[in-house]
Ligand binder design. Structure first.
Ligand SMILES: Nc1ncnc2c1ncn2[C@@H]1O[C@H](COP(=O)(O)OP(=O)(O)OP(=O)(O)O)[C@@H](O)[C@H]1O
Ligand SMILES: [Mg+2]
Length: 233
């Protein structure tokens, strides 16, 4: 419409001319569509976050419910997204997912999401610690990466969720203690050392599953959650 006006009525009136300059019409016309696009993106993101928060924080009933593991993982990743982004000290941490064909799993969803967040937060912490003091050039040689893989066991009775990072890994001494309550290698006041103890309690005691860790120093770490598809009555 403005184009048409400008074509049919070339501006001769000084007041209109002044006002056009004052509001910087040219810039406004360029900027407004971009502004609307980013508002739209913002609203979409808010929608995603609120859906994720709802999935993430679903209040567990006293009985297990049927849960889509992939939705749980995705909502956890969205909550951790701000920690995965590039910042002043390091490039972005890439997350690669390889989701198998899983059935809905009977579980305490809120608690399981807590396990995912504890394992993923540990991976991010480990990756961050490993590059302290490195230059961006050095970090680019071995880009940070977290891999999440899911699969159904051959007999169809268990789901397996692998969460692996290419961080510093652990010594055998550390690996032997990680599930102990209060064991942490973090600086005083930084970690409670409860993350993995809680994760193990939820997976093993609450769900009758298993939680394994494979790690060697310099070779990253991989945690494997094994969960029964159905809970025993
Ligand atoms: N992905 C990993 N790579 C290397 N080390 C790890 C990894 N995950 C856990 N660890 C080791 O296991 C220790 C215990 O982990 P845990 O999550 O129980 O406690 P924390 O992370 O130290 O403290 P919090 O979870 O309360 O922040 C960590 O301090 C770290 O040494
Ligand atoms: Mg932890």
């Amino acid at each position: 419409m403005i184009d048409l006006y400008q074509e049919k009525y070339p501006i001769t009136d000084p007041d209109i001319h002044f006002e056009i300059e004052a509001i910087d019409l040219e810039y406004l016309r360029e900027d407004l569509p971009k502004l609307i696009i980013s508002m739209q993106e913002g609203v979409n993101r808010l929608k995603e976050i609120s859906t994720s928060l709802r999935i993430f924080s679903r209040t567990d009933s006293d009985r297990p419910i049927s849960f889509n593991i992939h939705q749980g993982l995705e909502s956890t990743l969205l909550i951790l997204k701000h920690r995965l982004k590039a910042n002043a000290t390091r490039p972005e941490i890439a997350v690669v997912t390889d989701y198998g064909d899983l059935p809905a799993v009977e579980c305490y969803a809120e608690q399981l999401n807590q396990v995912f967040i504890n394992l993923l937060a540990n991976a991010i912490n480990a990756l961050e610690e490993s590059v302290q003091g490195c230059s961006f050039e050095e970090m680019k040689v071995n880009p940070h990466r977290i891999e999440i893989r899911t699969q159904l066991s051959e007999d169809g009775q268990q789901v397996l969720i692998h969460i692996a990072d290419n961080g510093p890994g652990m010594t055998p001494d550390v690996k032997a203690c990680i599930f102990n309550q209060s064991f942490t290698t973090k600086a005083l006041g930084k970690g409670t050392g409860l993350g993995l103890a809680i994760a193990r309690q939820i997976v093993v005691e609450k769900h009758g599953g298993n939680l394994y860790c494979c790690s060697q120093i310099g070779q990253g770490a991989e945690f494997i959650i094994e969960l029964p598809v159905r809970q025993q009555a």
